[in-house]
Design a protein around this ligand. Sequence first.
Ligand SMILES: Nc1ncnc2c1ncn2[C@@H]1O[C@H](COP(=O)(O)OP(=O)(O)OP(=O)(O)O)[C@@H](O)[C@H]1O
Length: 295
Amino acid sequence: MKNVFSSQLIKLRRQRNFSQGALANKMFVSRQSISKWENGESEPSIDKLIDLSDVFNVDLNYLLIGKNKISKEIILKIDSLYKSFNKPVLKNINLKIHGNERIALLGSNGTGKSTLFKTLIGIEQPDKGKITYNFNKHKNLNVMPQQDNLINDLKVNEHINLSSAINKSYSKELTNNLLKKFNLFDNKNDYVSSLSGGQKRKLSLLISVIRPSKLLLLDEPTVGMDLDTIDFFWRYIDHIGGAVITITHDFNQIDKFFSRVILIKNGQISQDASVDTIHSHNQTIEQWYRIMNKE
Ligand SMILES: Nc1ncnc2c1ncn2[C@@H]1O[C@H](COP(=O)(O)OP(=O)(O)OP(=O)(O)O)[C@@H](O)[C@H]1O
């Protein structure tokens, strides 16, 4: 993937009429740092990239690869979706997902959340119904499944190189930055098989976000992860472009970073609400969930 960060930075800075010095003040860095970023001598740390995306009010995809700012169009439509195993699991699911949404998929164990993800990815086929993707599923759908699907016989850096080659990652610098933020940099030469459960989750997560996506599906991404990584991760997710659907019960993060919550009960969508609307009724998402998910 061509990294167009330098030219994007110059363009955005000029559009806002900031001098290099003025931008440096906003970013708490030296003017020389801005100059080095603009002429390609160095790349900012991931925290500074996120700060830049805040200053310019653009997402990381736009900053790093110049892809158009977030689209509000419908990118995914699900019509009358049914799926059974020994018993009915998904019953008449209808959904429209827009390109800029941050959606938390909630529900008790065994209600069909992962099955819905698997049918979206194509691992399971629906019995009935239609899924329409308004984007290229092979290029623009990123996934972190519930079970890690890492290759144990590879070293961490070999795995990342392989995934980057297949998926055309943003840039080597960004991947290295992410490795550092996920505290995996020192494990670069370790075999995947020797990583702890939490480290494997982090590697899986990292691999799911090293390329741009129109839709990112995450199944319980932060389970088993340390708090620092969790905080960083949600902040990063908040700044990438594209839509995100996450199965999570990390309620504090839903309050902070999400725009919509969908509650699945017995294989059906029982609630579909905007986070702002819930907050305007003085409820946290956790309070709302406890009330709505009662039998
Ligand atoms: N491949 C399968 N074969 C048979 N039954 C399955 C299969 N996959 C899922 N199920 C069943 O479908 C139901 C829904 O499972 P699913 O994993 O989608 O739930 P979930 O909401 O993601 O649960 P959890 O929160 O525990 O991950 C469960 O009863 C499960 O046993």
